[in-house]
Design a protein around this ligand. Structure first.
Ligand code: PLP
Length: 488
C-alpha cells in the first residue's frame, strides 16, 4: 500500500473508466466472440514475478482483450434483463469501500460502519415510503447485503426457526412455502437450502388474465389443502415487479389470507423497489404494513453500483435467533454492552461483509431523494414512449400492462404464419435478429402463460430518448425483413 504509487496508478484507472463511459455508445452492446476466445489468448499460469509496468500493460489488455469480450451493461442500448444501475457516486463509493477495506461484522469491528448502515437503511426505507415498523426507528431494522438471493434466504431461515420453535423442531419435513409460477428462482433455491422438502414449494399458477399476479384466493386454497393434509404453511414470497413481466402481487389481499395460517410474508421487490422512491408508485405495495420482511436491490435501479441489496425485517430478533452466533474470538466491545447497536454478522450468513453503507450514503448525498426520483421518472417516461411506439404499429402488441420501465411486446401472428402457435417461433427469431443488428439494442425475452415476448427494460443511466427511438426503429426494420423472408 504505497500512497504515491496508488495516486499515480489510481489516476490512470480513473481516466480509463471515464474514457470507457464516454465511449460507451461506440461499443456493440454484445461481443462478437466464440467460447474460448479469451482463454486462448492468456497464459495458463499466473506471472511468477511482478510484471514491469504491470498497470500500463494490464490496462492495455483490458482495452484490447477484455472489453471486446464484454456485454456492456452500461451501454445506453442495453435494454435486456433489468438494469445494473451505475453512477459516479456509486462507482467512487465502491473505490472508497475498497480503499478503506474494513470488515464490519460486529459493531466493535467497525463502529462507524455498523452505525452508518443502521442510518442508511432507515434513510432508504423512508425514501421508499416503507412503513416505520420495518425501520430501526419503528422497532424493525435493515441491513445491506449483496443480493436478493441472500435476502430471501435469510428471511426464510428466520421464519423457519420461528415456526419450528412453535410447532416443534421435528416437523421440518412438514413445512410448506408458497410463491407464484412467476417468482424468481432464487426463492426455490432458498427453499432447498433452508431444508424445505422438494415438492413442498407451491408454485401457484398465474395467468395473463390477471397480468401474472398471484391470486389471494388461489393462495388460500393451496394453504387449506396443505393444512388438511397435516402440513405446516410457513412462508409466502410475494413479488412486486416480477422478473419476466414486472407483475405486481397484491400485498394487502395476500397478507390477509396468509395471516389465517401465520405465514411469514416476504416481499421481493428486487427491481421495482427503487420505483417506490416516487410517491406515485406507492400504490403497488398497498398493504405493506402487514409484511414481515421486504427486500430490494438498490444496485438494479437506484444508482448504487453492484452490489447493494437492502433487507428490512419487522422483527430483527427472529433473524438473530436463526443466524446469530457467539464465538470467543469475535470480541465484543464493552462500550457496546447494553446499547442499541447491531452486530450485523448475526443478520446474515457471512462473517466477512462489505461496507456497502458508505456507497449508499454517498448516493443519497450526491443525488438526494429528489434526484433519485428524477432518475426513475426519466426511465419511466422513456419506457412509456417506447410503449406508445409499439402501440402505434398494428403489427405488434404490448402483451402485459407496463407497470414500471419494462415493456413486454411481441409481433402478432398473421393468418399466413399459421396463427398463434407459430407466434412464439416468430418472436424468438425477431429477438435474435434485433440482438445481432450492428450497434442495435440488446433486449431479452419473457415466456409467460405460453406467450413468448420481447422485453425492453429501460434503465441504463446513459440511455436517452434517442436510444429508445433508435431501438424501436431497429425492431421495426428487423420485423419487416423477417416477415419478408418468411413471406407472411
Ligand atoms: N427477485 C427478482 C424479482 C429479480 O428480478 C431478481 C433478479 O433479477 C432476483 C430476485 C435475484 O436478484 P439477485 O441477483 O440480487 O439475487
Amino acid at each position: 500500500l504505497d500512497a504515491d504509487e496508488f495516486r499515480r496508478q489510481g489516476q490512470q484507472v480513473i481516466n480509463f473508466i471515464a474514457d470507457y463511459w464516454s465511449g460507451m455508445g461506440d461499443h456493440p452492446v454484445r461481443p462478437n466472440v466464440t467460447p474460448g476466445f479469451l482463454r486462448d489468448q492468456l497464459p495458463t499460469d499466473a506471472p511468477p514475478m511482478p510484471e514491469p509496468d504491470a498497470w500500463a500493460s494490464a490496462l492495455q489488455d483490458i482495452r484490447d482483450l477484455i472489453l471486446p469480450g464484454m456485454t456492456h451493461w452500461q451501454s445506453p442500448r442495453h435494454f435486456a434483463h433489468f438494469p445494473a444501475s451505475s453512477s459516479t457516486a456509486g462507482a467512487l463509493g465502491e473505490a472508497l469501500i475498497a480503499g478503506i477495506n474494513v470488515v464490519p461484522f460486529t459493531w466493535a469491528a467497525s463502529p462507524a460502519a455498523a452505525e452508518l448502515e443502521m442510518v442508511v437503511v432507515d434513510w432508504l426505507g423512508k425514501a421508499l415510503h416503507l412503513p416505520a415498523s420495518l425501520l430501526f426507528a419503528g422497532g424493525g431494522g435493515g441491513t445491506l447485503l449483496g443480493t436478493s438471493c441472500e435476502a430471501i434466504l435469510c428471511a426464510l431461515v428466520a421464519a423457519r426457526d420461528r415456526k419450528l420453535a412453535e410447532v416443534g423442531w421435528g416437523r421440518i419435513g412438514d413445512l410448506v412455502v408458497y410463491c407464484s409460477d412467476q417468482t424468481h428462482f432464487s426463492f426455490r433455491k432458498a427453499a432447498r437450502i433452508a431444508g424445505i422438502q422438494r415438492g413442498y414449494c407451491r408454485e401457484i399458477p398465474t395467468s395473463l388474465d390477471d397480468m401474472f399476479a398471484l391470486s389471494p384466493a388461489a393462495l388460500k386454497a393451496a394453504m387449506q389443502a396443505d393444512v388438511d393434509a397435516g402440513l405446516v404453511p410457513l412462508f409466502l414470497c410475494a413479488t412486486v415487479g416480477t422478473t419476466q413481466t414486472t407483475a405486481v402481487d397484491p400485498i394487502r389481499g395476500l397478507c390477509a389470507v396468509a395471516a389465517t395460517h401465520g405465514l411469514w410474508v416476504h416481499v421481493d421487490a428486487a427491481y421495482a423497489g427503487s420505483a417506490l422512491v416516487c410517491p406515485e408508485f406507492c400504490h403497488v405495495v398497498d398493504g405493506v404494513e402487514a409484511v414481515d420482511s421486504f427486500s430490494m436491490n438498490a444496485h438494479k435501479w437506484l444508482l448504487a453500483n453492484n452490489d447493494c441489496c437492502a433487507l428490512w425485517v419487522k422483527k430483527p430478533a427472529a433473524l438473530v435467533a436463526a443466524l446469530g452466533t457467539e464465538q470467543e474470538y469475535i470480541l465484543k466491545d464493552a462500550a457496546a454492552e447494553g446499547h442499541d447497536v447491531v452486530d450485523y454478522k448475526d443478520w446474515t450468513m457471512t462473517l466477512t461483509r462489505r461496507f456497502r453503507a458508505l456507497k449508499m450514503w454517498l448516493v443519497f448525498r450526491c443525488y438526494g431523494v429528489d434526484g433519485l426520483r428524477d432518475h426513475i421518472r426519466s426511465h419511466i417516461r422513456m419506457a412509456a414512449a417506447f410503449e406508445e411506439l409499439v402501440r402505434g404499429d398494428a403489427r405488434f402488441e404490448v402483451v402485459t400492462d407496463r407497470h414500471f420501465a419494462l415493456v413486454c411486446f411481441r409481433l402478432l401472428p398473421t393468418e399466413r404464419l399459421g396463427g398463434e402457435k407459430k407466434a412464439n417461433e416468430l418472436n424468438r427469431r425477431l429477438l435474435e435478429e434485433v440482438n445481432t443488428a450492428t450497434l442495435g439494442p440488446y433486449m431479452s425475452a419473457a415466456n409467460a402463460g405460453g406467450i413468448y415476448m420481447l422485453r425492453c427494460a429501460v434503465g441504463s443511466t446513459l440511455t436517452e430518448d434517442r436510444h429508445v427511438r433508435e431501438a424501436w426503429k431497429v425492431v421495426q426494420e428487423q420485423a419487416t425483413s423477417l416477415r419478408g423472408k418468411m413471406q407472411i
